[in-house]
Structures are given as structure tokens and as C-alpha cells.
Design a protein around this ligand. Sequence first.
Ligand SMILES: O=C(O)c1cccc(C(=O)CC[C@H]2O[C@@H](n3cnc4c(=O)[nH]cnc43)[C@H](O)[C@@H]2O)c1
Ligand SMILES: [Zn+2]
Length: 358
Amino acid sequence: MTDHLVEPRVPRDLSTFIAGLPKAELHVHHVGSASPRIVSELAARHPDSKVPSDPEALAEYFTFTDFAHFVDVYLSVVDLIRTPEDVRLLTYEVARDLARRQVRYAELTVTPFSSTRRGIDERAFMDAIEDARKAAEAEFGTVLRWCFDIPGEAGLESAEETVRLATDDRLRPEGLVSFGLGGPEIGVPRPQFKPYFDRALAAGLHSVPHAGETTGPQTVWDALHELRAERIGHGTSAAQDPKLLAYLAEHRIPLEVCPTSNIATRAVRTLDEHPLKEFVRAGLLVTINSDDPPMFGTDLNNEYAVAARLLGLDERGIAELAKNAVHASFLDEAGKARIVEEIDAYTAQWLAAAPQTP
Ligand SMILES: O=C(O)c1cccc(C(=O)CC[C@H]2O[C@@H](n3cnc4c(=O)[nH]cnc43)[C@H](O)[C@@H]2O)c1
Ligand SMILES: [Zn+2]
């Protein structure tokens, strides 16, 4: 695990401000959120797994040479989730971790295909995530919604299975709001998934594919034109195409930016080379996210600290970023207004208490 948590170099007070700030997270993966605590509990349940349970060994295990290596490691963690009770434990504990970071609302990317193909009953899978979602909302106050994503590299069979699970009225979970596409982009062209996105959209789901994380801007154009993307997961390479930046700005298509993830998977070389600033300069609606936080040695608070440093933001600027995520979410208008109000009240209170500079 790369130790990105020490990287941001923002003043301590700003870190404290961020830690208490109410937030929404739009790009965070279910299995990718398994903390060392959750991994060791699952590894103890399934001792034949190759995933280490010791935190130090796990940190080493979560150091990636490239995106393909990341996916291999990711799938070894998927292999630890074998029963509906594992699914419930993971989901509930992920919600607890989000709540600790003052995340009021999260759209969690879930890959049901990976679980059903490993033998978990589909009905039991849906019941497990829904049961955990409701318990987490009641106990922690964090509202969870689901994005079901196709693991594109697993082929069209995985697309068919994912859209079936997402649109079958007998299975579709109440918390499902969107349909995504994840995994490697190289050799996995987006347009082949158009019929599956068409079906998901016809069933009322929103389109939120990953695009432009590990391939060029054409992948983002394909996501927009073929998959009718309403938000883009990552979109990093959009910075290479001024027409694309202008399109994203004009159509208010938000980007789900995950800075530390891009370094950990080596999609971007260093944080200082990350295009976040160019996105803001081009007038894009930028949201800040953690992607697979324990795997990348980060959490949402750290990602806000990274963004604050890269963009030179003060408390008001950070609060605006937090509001971007609320506006770009698929929460209803009343729910959005509640979190925005909370952000404003928290920020006003913080600034009123801050020592005045002469
Ligand atoms: O489950 C399988 O059997 C399987 C077979 C072949 C390929 C795959 C995948 O590609 C799974 C990828 C998995 O990765 C998730 N993920 C997490 N973080 C990211 C990211 O930053 N960019 C893209 N994908 C990501 C994704 O949700 C998939 O579940 C699986
Ligand atoms: Zn992702």
C-alpha cells in the first residue's frame, strides 16, 4: 500500500476541517473498500485464500505495478467473498467506514457478476446488500445507493448478466440508481456495451461508465455518444482533448476524479502531473472520490486534502467541491438540499470559530 496519506501537505487545520465536513462520495467500489480490518475478518473465515491478513503484508500486497496487476489483486479480494453473510459484512462495514469520514451519501459501485459467477445465489446477494444498506442508514445515518457495473474484460456474458440483474423487477434492489462499466479499458472498447446500457437506461437507471482512466479521450467520447454517460468515472485523459473538455463543460457532465487511485494504478505518474487543475480551469463540474481507498492507501478525506493542495483551496473552496458531489449525485432534490445545508452550516460555524488574521 503506497503511503499517500502523508502526501497532501495541507495545513493541519484544513485537514481537521475536511475530516468534519459532511460529504458525498460518487465513485467508490464495494470490494475495493474492504479495509484491512474487513479483509482480515474475511481471510480468517476463508484461510485458504492467498490474500494476507497481516496489515503489513497486506500493505505490500496492495502495491501495484500497473492497472492489470491491480485487477489481479482486486480479484483475489473478490475471491474472499463467498457467502451472502460475507457480502453483508463487507457492505455494512464499508458503510461504517464511510460514516466515520462524515460521508452522508455514497453511490457504491457493486459488481454482482463477480459474485454470482463465483456461486453466490443472486437473490441472496441482493438481500445481503439491501439488508446492510438499510441497517447502515438506520445505525450510521449514511445513505447508500448502488451502481451495478459490468466488468468489461469478462466479456459480453458479464454485460448480459449485469443488465439482467439490474432490470429484472424480481431482483433489482431498491437502492439501485445507476449502471456502470469497470475493469481494464485497453482492449475493451466501450461501444460494444451500447445495447446493455440502452436496456439499463430504458429501465430508468443512470449511465456512469469508467472512461479515460487508462486509455485516451476517444474512450470518453465513446462513453458519451454510445453509452450516453451522465457522469464519467475518472475521465483523466479528457485533458488531452480541448474539444472534449469544452463538451463536458457545456453539457455539465461531471467527472468523478480519483487522484490517488490514478497514481496507485500508474495511470498518472505523479500527483503534480494530475490534470485536476486543468479540469477546473476548463469549467468542468469536478467531484472528488476515493475509488478503492484501502487498496490505494487513502480515504475520501485524504482525497479532499490532495485536491485542496493541487487547487490551492481554502475552506470555502473545499466546501464548494463537496457541494459539487452532492449536485452531481442521483439523490433527490430534497436530499441534496439537506446535505448542502449541512455543508454550509458546518463551514459557517468553522469560519466563525477560526482565529481572525489581522
Ligand atoms: O469477476 C470476474 O470473474 C472478472 C473476470 C475478468 C475481469 C474482471 C474485472 O475486470 C474486474 C475488475 C473490477 O475492478 C473494479 N474496479 C475497481 N476500481 C476500478 C477502477 O479504478 N477502474 C476500473 N475498474 C475498477 C471494477 O468495478 C470491476 O469489478 C472480473
Ligand atoms: Zn473506479
